[in-house]
Design a protein around this ligand. Structure first.
Ligand code: IPE
Ligand code: IPE
Ligand code: MG
Length: 248
């Protein structure tokens, strides 16, 4: 582990990492356990990431915890995931607060069970003045939902004359998204071998680097994170320019 961390360029740590925490179910199955066990172990990986990220200079960590599409899973699993969310927050909030972590939630939070809404609101309120890691939980989230929601808000304001249509720039559009207070992620990590973004941060990932690993989320470690960042650091981010323009 020490070798890979020593290879990282401390000046090129992504400020914002977005993660698609995938593979809990398959990981559990490989262990001969049920899917819920996989989700429980997944929480351990979250705990590890929340500890490691600020230590190496990551300022924002957005985790895809439950998608709009995940509501279609069996009721038993949906309920277990909601319980796990509430219980994890209940158990961890004190330590998160002590560690200066600020909690945010994005997504259609109104669709979550009342208990989860309450816990999330309390956690956000308690940690609102914290200046360490911004931990952003994407819950009942889908990027298309967010974009449609932003469009409705903009259309409403244009209709009522508050907003001029000419002022709808990409910056202005971003300010109506649930991610409005965060910079765009530089790096997206998806575990479990799937190579898709499953309706995650479609707007915000416009210029992010994508990193896919076959490791399932519960087996993703501190070292796996360093490997992802190392890979990211060895890419040339050109933003439309030529390589010569970048290296000059
Ligand atoms: C990710 O693991 C957790 C959630 C989507 C909530 P999965 O539950 O998708 O695990 P797999 O992909 O079925 O293995
Ligand atoms: C994406 O994982 C959503 C989360 C990690 C919360 P899924 O496992 O639901 O994604 P698909 O359906 O396989 O693309
Ligand atoms: Mg999955």
């Amino acid at each position: 582990m020490s070798s890979i961390i020593n290879k990282l360029d401390k000046n090129k740590i992504p400020k914002h990492i977005a993660m698609i925490m995938d593979g809990n179910g398959r990981w559990a199955k490989e262990q001969g356990k049920n899917r819920i066990f996989g989700h429980q172990q997944g929480v351990e990986t979250v705990r590890k990431m929340v500890e490691v990220c600020p230590r190496i200079g990551v300022e924002y960590l957005t985790l895809y915890a439950f998608s709009t599409e995940n509501w279609s899973r069996p009721k038993f699993e949906v309920n277990a995931l909601m319980e796990l969310l509430v219980n994890s927050l209940r158990k961890e909030i004190k330590k998160l607060h002590e560690n200066n972590v600020r909690i945010h939630a994005i997504g259609c939070i109104d669709d979550l069970p009342k208990k989860a809404q309450k816990k999330l609101a309390e956690s956000a309120e308690l940690t609102k003045n914290n200046t360490g890691l911004n931990l952003i939980l994407a819950l009942s989230y889908s990027a298309q939902w967010d974009i449609v929601n932003a469009t409705k808000l903009i259309a409403g304001q244009v209709k009522s004359g508050i907003l001029d249509i000419e002022d709808v720039t990409k910056e202005r559009f971003s300010s109506y998204l649930s991610t409005r207070n965060f910079p765009n992620p530089e790096l997206l990590i998806r575990t479990s071998g799937e190579r898709r973004i499953s309706n995650y941060l479609l707007w915000e990932l416009a210029y992010a680097e994508f990193y896919f690993t076959n490791t399932h989320w519960p087996a993703f470690t501190e070292e796996s994170l360093y490997e992802a960042i190392f890979d990211y650091q060895n890419r040339e981010r050109r933003f439309g320019k030529t390589s010569e323009q970048i290296t000059q």
